[in-house]
Structure formats: structure tokens, C-alpha cells
Design a protein. Structure first.
Length: 211
């Protein structure tokens, strides 16, 4: 079995969603002073490669700890739209994989935008689903949809329509993926287990592809 890491490392200088504070790392205990090394980490629940729970946008909806463990693991399909010049991903960009979507539990969308990780370009004009495409995807029984960009909605959005359309069906959203271009076979197994904490509106994940 081969494993491909689809996860950005969390660091003090990593890109974060505009307006969010970056992670802070402090050394709480050192080998010199305490005989062991231990670090304190402070970061938001939607830092780095992370997952959005339905409760992230929708009141009275499920948090990640309320979803079953198998919601974070399953067969996945990959769609490559990295050659598209239009920043809007529409139904016609996805329709060819309709049968594949019926047979899989996750959809990962390779936009190629992870190449801008660490640059200002990462935060603007990245490809996003149209509302029509999001509604079309909602007809499939998908556990989750992942992208290699900072959000499934534009950063200047105030209503977050794509988030709301997907999350209302308990389809979790995985953002800030990387290395989607390295996945050689379809379908593959996608694993994206979040941290287990109470009332989790979101969580960093260690996302990997297995084939």
C-alpha cells in the first residue's frame, strides 16, 4: 500500500484565513529544565488542512464529534480542474464523473491552487464551486468534499453559499489540501480524521490518500 500526504504542516508562519490569528508555539517544558520537551500550541479550529463541520455554519447542526468515525474515511474520486481558466467550477466541469460520484464517498477537487501556498495569491481568485454545482453535488451521498484552496467560498463572501449547501447534508468540507496532483489512481481511499474534542465546529486533519 502507498500513502500520499495531502496535509500542510502547521507552523507559526503558515498562511491562515484572512482575519484569523496565526498559530503560536511556546516551549512549556525543556529537557534542560524539566527533563522532557513539551510545547504549548494555540491555534484556531480551522487552521491549516482542516475540516468544517455542519455546525460551522448551521445552528443546531452536527459537530465533528457527533459524526460517526467512518464519516472520515472512504473511497474517493478526484476531479482535475487545474487547467481551467474560469475561476468558477460549474456543473459541466463535473458532469463527466457522475457515475464515479455515485460509487464513491468523497470528492477531491484538484484546482492546482496549492502551488500558491505561502504567497499572497493564495487568498484571491482561487477556483470555487458555483451554487448550481454545489447543489448538483448534493444529490450524491458524499461524506465529504475537499479542495486544495483556502475555502470553497470566495474570501469576500458574507453568506458562504457553497458551505451552506454542502453542510446542510452533513457533507463535511476539507480545505487547504495539497499534493492532489500526486494521486495516480482513481478511486483511492481518503482518510481525514479530525482531532476529537467536544463541540468541534472544525478541526485540523491529517489528510492522506491510500492506494
Amino acid at each position: 500500500m502507498k500513502i500520499i500526504d495531502l496535509t500542510h504542516a502547521i507552523s507559526a508562519h503558515m498562511p491562515v484565513y484572512p482575519g484569523t490569528e496565526p498559530p503560536v508555539f511556546t516551549t512549556g517544558c525543556s529537557i534542560e529544565d524539566n527533563g522532557f520537551l513539551e510545547k504549548k500550541m494555540t491555534f484556531y479550529s480551522h487552521t491549516g488542512t482542516h475540516m468544517d463541520a455542519p455546525a460551522h455554519m448551521l445552528k443546531e447542526s452536527k459537530t465533528l464529534d457527533q459524526l460517526s468515525l467512518d464519516h472520515f474515511y472512504g473511497k474517493a474520486a478526484l476531479v482535475d480542474v487545474s487547467a481551467n481558466r474560469n475561476p468558477i467550477i460549474d456543473i459541466e466541469d463535473l458532469a463527466f464523473c457522475e457515475e464515479m460520484l455515485r460509487q464513491n464517498e468523497f470528492l477531491l477537487i484538484h484546482t492546482g491552487w496549492s502551488r500558491h501556498w505561502g504567497a499572497d495569491a493564495y487568498f484571491s481568485r482561487y477556483p470555487v464551486l458555483s451554487m448550481e454545482a454545489a447543489e448538483w453535488l448534493s444529490q450524491f451521498n458524499l461524506k465529504g468534499i475537499g479542495v486544495d484552496a483556502i475555502s470553497v467560498d470566495e474570501t469576500n463572501s458574507k453568506s458562504f453559499p457553497v458551505h451552506n449547501i454542502l453542510l446542510k447534508n452533513d457533507t463535511v468540507i476539507i480545505e487547504n489540501l495539497k499534493n492532489l496532483n500526486l494521486i495516480p489512481v482513481i478511486p483511492f481511499i481518503f482518510s481525514c480524521f479530525p482531532l476529537k474534542f467536544e463541540e468541534a465546529d472544525g478541526s485540523p486533519v491529517r489528510a492522506v490518500a491510500l492506494y
